[in-house]
Design a protein around this ligand. Structure first.
Ligand SMILES: NC(=O)c1ccc[n+]([C@@H]2O[C@H](COP(=O)([O-])OP(=O)(O)OC[C@H]3O[C@@H](n4cnc5c(N)ncnc54)[C@H](OP(=O)(O)O)[C@@H]3O)[C@@H](O)[C@H]2O)c1
Length: 293
């Protein structure tokens, strides 16, 4: 009997760890239907065509998605839903991120910086837009997190660090990954009993575009904990297949070593008021970002 294909909707699968994960899955005997968002659809298509996967088994659809522009998130979500029809989403992978600072004014007149919008707000908005389908599908949502969440020591400073035109000298990438994890906890609460939400850390993987452009690249590449891109992708893949969920529902974080991280390591993100604050509703996002008609 033919194996039923699994559908994966993903952001950030056009390069780095996300691309590598799709590459690994395309080599499996399990068939997959991928629906991917890409800011450069032509290049993404050419890169996937170069993998020469078995397209009688797997399907791969790429739709435009520029996460710094929430209008494209709305269009993308509609294209995803039209493409799916009655089919379900087995997995939603949220892997896109950038490591810019917040110095520039917010894109498209937003008060928020580009890294905040790309790394958190847009992908949080995407979950809102797909919510009904995700619930009906009992999907698993895999949020690619980072150990950098631990660098945030004072959440009262987040707003200053994440607004557009911020002059902060604190690490903005860590702040974006912290609020992204707040959002993952928030969705875990909203979707309880319907969807599993897993935050996965790939570990330190210097050879992606995220860190290659870092001024500390040479130091990172020689770091004793540095992992290869295939190893990092495997850490994310574990979040797709593990079903030994801890009894404590707050324990959603799968480390790069495949351990359910102890809650003490991300204790500050367990504050429900903070989760609520950084997880605006669909309507609030549309109003604040000027998306209402
Ligand atoms: N590398 C590490 O050591 C490390 C460690 C911990 C966590 N992570 C996390 O792992 C995830 C993947 O990162 P990576 O290291 O693989 O980085 P990467 O190579 O830079 O890949 C980032 C992905 O996000 C996409 N993206 C960036 N900005 C976008 C935008 N405005 N609109 C749409 N897509 C956009 C990129 O698209 P393009 O192909 O168009 O560039 C690419 O697909 C991120 O969530 C990151 O925070 C990485």
């Amino acid at each position: 009997m033919a194996t039923i294909a699994k559908t994966i909707v993903a952001t950030g699968a056009t390069s780095g760890l996300g691309f590598e994960l799709v590459r690994q899955l395309l080599a499996q005997t399990q068939p997959y239907n991928f629906i991917l968002g890409a800011r450069d659809t032509k290049t993404a298509q050419a890169n996937f065509d170069g993998l020469e996967y078995d397209n009688s088994k797997h399907s791969l659809t790429i739709f435009p998605l520029e996460l710094s522009n929430l209008k494209t998130v709305k269009t993308f979500s509609q294209q995803v839903l039209d493409k799916l029809g009655q089919d379900k989403i087995d997995y939603l992978l949220l892997s896109a991120a950038i490591s810019n600072n917040s110095e520039q004014p917010g894109p498209h007149g937003s008060k928020w910086s580009e890294p905040y919008i790309v790394n958190h707000l847009s992908q949080h908005y995407l979950v809102h837009l797909l919510r009904e389908k995700l619930e009906a599908s009992r999907s698993r949502i895999v949020v690619v997190s980072s150990g950098a969440v631990c660098y945030v020591k004072d959440p009262t400073l987040l707003e200053d660090d994440l607004k557009g035109g911020s002059k902060t000298d604190r690490n903005v990438y860590s702040a974006t990954k912290f609020v992204q994890l707040l959002g993952a906890h928030w969705w875990r609460r909203q979707l309880q009993g319907k969807c599993h939400v897993v935050a996965a850390s790939p570990g330190l993987v210097p050879n992606t575009n995220l860190l290659r452009s870092s001024e500390h690249y040479s130091m990172l590449v020689n770091h004793p904990d540095a992992k290869t891109v295939p190893e990092g992708a495997q850490s994310i893949y574990r979040a797709f297949i593990r079903d030994d969920f801890p009894e404590d529902p707050d324990q959603i974080y799968l480390s790069s070593l495949g351990e359910w991280w102890s809650k003490d390591l991300y204790g500050l993100t367990l504050d429900k008021d903070l989760q609520d604050k950084w997880s605006p509703s669909k309507e609030e996002i549309e109003k604040e970002e000027g998306l209402t008609a």
